[in-house]
Design a protein around this ligand. Structure first.
Ligand code: HAM
Length: 424
């Protein structure tokens, strides 16, 4: 045998047993967002690198260190590290703002970041996200956070904490940046190399740092809420009032800044506690980005969104997958029975019953063992004797009951049994 090639570290295969759980998760998410009026958008996985530089921002970990970028025919391109930038580009490119006053968009798919792989942190991971364009909030901000908490509850994820902050608009952000630099300058020598550099390029990003040297300094840093402007404060208070009214619990975390530059005003994260999550416990992150549409060439348009990491949701949820193995296992015994089995299987599938035909032959015992292992509900045994008599034998595998059914009645007997849970 030749040497096998393994997958790239941090990029995972999803085998059929995994995919069953994924589909159950995705269908719950789709149902919840549909109930809130979101419509799905699909955008490319590859975009011009400049899109992320201008939105996520230079000086962020994502843009500085984690993007899978390459040059193709002299054009710098990047495999998307996140979904918002691409959706905003599409929103602007197709002039959606001119077609509808408010757009509620949903997306899901793989994202790529060259981070050190760990439990819950991968090079290729999946996000489901929503973006609302054209609504300044704060009502929609509260509705979105409440939708996320409700979604998690439906997934059985109840031990969560919602962290909330406001970064304010342009004015507040600029004031905060100044205040932060004033505070950090005297501590410069105690900071990590990255943070020293960011002091001039992107000081807000120092607050994202996980480096213990930075953490010590950050612990006493001023809060954005100290310098927040009146309008921004009123927006934040409005959001909090709506959440209070809904009874959706949250904790104000004044040092929450999140690692992307496009945010303004509302910021939030939902973290899971305990379970299998370990250190990567941020399930959902999001916030408002009122300046980004304009920044990327569209008209001034307020916007807010979030994305959930699907691997992390799966680590935290106990959601059970829908059955995805064939209901009916057809066991033909003998040459003539094979042809009959194929024809019957086709009729059953046309009637909507997932059916598998064992084509490899073998003893009845071995075939029934396989039917049981697959978790089929019914085994349909056809020998040449059954063909001669114009019947098939239906075995209810759970009840260990069996009976002969005339050929012409097989489809209705099976559909009834599958729906009613018995062949009798
Ligand atoms: P983000 O916080 O970078 O935000 O990512 C959102 C979620 O994606 C995280 O909370 C986490 O669950 C998951 N995630 C991120 N990186 C990884 C990774 N390497 N492995 C596994 N899961 C990961 C955004 O991406 C923004 N686009 C969210 C947003 C939408 N803001 C406004 N609209």
């Amino acid at each position: 045998m030749s040497r096998a090639i393994s997958a790239v570290k941090g990029m995972n295969d999803l085998l059929p047993t995994d995919v069953a759980r994924w589909r159950a998760l995705e269908s719950t998410i789709r149902e919840v967002v549909r109930l809130h009026g979101y419509r799905e958008i699909r955008v490319p996985v590859i975009e011009h690198t400049q899109l992320y530089v201008r939105s996520v921002g230079e000086g962020t970990d994502i843009v500085d260190k984690e993007m899978y970028s390459f040059v193709f025919h002299d054009e710098p391109m990047t495999v998307r590290p996140e979904g918002t930038a691409g959706v905003v580009r599409a929103y602007v490119e197709h002039g959606l703002h001119a077609k509808e006053p408010v757009s509620r968009l949903y997306y899901e798919g793989p994202m790529f970041r060259g981070e050190r792989p760990a439990r819950g942190r991968y090079g290729q991971f999946y996000q489901a996200g929503c973006e609302v364009f054209g609504d300044p909030g704060p009502l929609v901000d509260a509705e979105m956070i409440d939708m996320i908490v409700g979604l998690l509850r439906r997934l059985g994820i109840t031990d969560v904490e919602v962290l909330l902050n406001s970064l304010g608009g342009k004015g507040t952000k600029a004031r905060y940046r100044e205040r932060l630099v004033e505070y950090l300058e005297p501590h410069k020598d105690a900071l990590s190399e990255d943070s020293k550099r960011r002091l001039t390029t992107n000081p807000l990003r120092i607050l994202d740092s996980k480096d213990p040297r930075d953490q010590k300094v950050i612990a006493s840093a001023p809060s954005v809420l100290d310098v927040i402007g009146d309008d921004d404060r009123a927006h934040f208070d409005g959001l909090r009032r709506h959440l209070d009214k809904l009874g959706t619990p949250y904790t104000v975390e004044p040092r929450l800044v999140r690692g992307l530059d496009y945010y303004s005003r509302t910021l939030f994260e939902v973290r899971g506690r305990g379970g299998e999550l370990g250190a990567q416990n941020t399930l959902v992150g999001g916030g408002r980005y009122d300046g980004l549409v304009e920044e990327l060439g569209g008209p001034p348009t307020p916007a807010i969104g979030f994305a959930a990491g699907l691997e992390r949701l799966l680590l935290a949820t106990s959601v059970a997958p829908a059955k995805d193995q064939p209901e009916v296992f057809v066991a033909p015994l003998g040459e003539r029975a094979m042809g009959e089995a194929l024809a019957l299987a086709r009729e059953l599938r046309e009637a909507g019953v997932p059916t598998l035909v064992e084509g490899r032959g073998g003893s009845l015992k071995s075939m029934l063992r396989r039917a049981n292992a697959l978790g089929s509900t019914i085994a349909m045994v056809i020998g040449d004797g059954e063909v001669d008599r114009g019947v098939v034998q239906l075995k209810d595998l759970a009840a260990h009951a069996q009976r002969d059914v005339p050929r012409a009645e097989v489809v209705s007997a099976v559909t009834e049994a599958v729906r009613g849970g018995s062949t009798g």
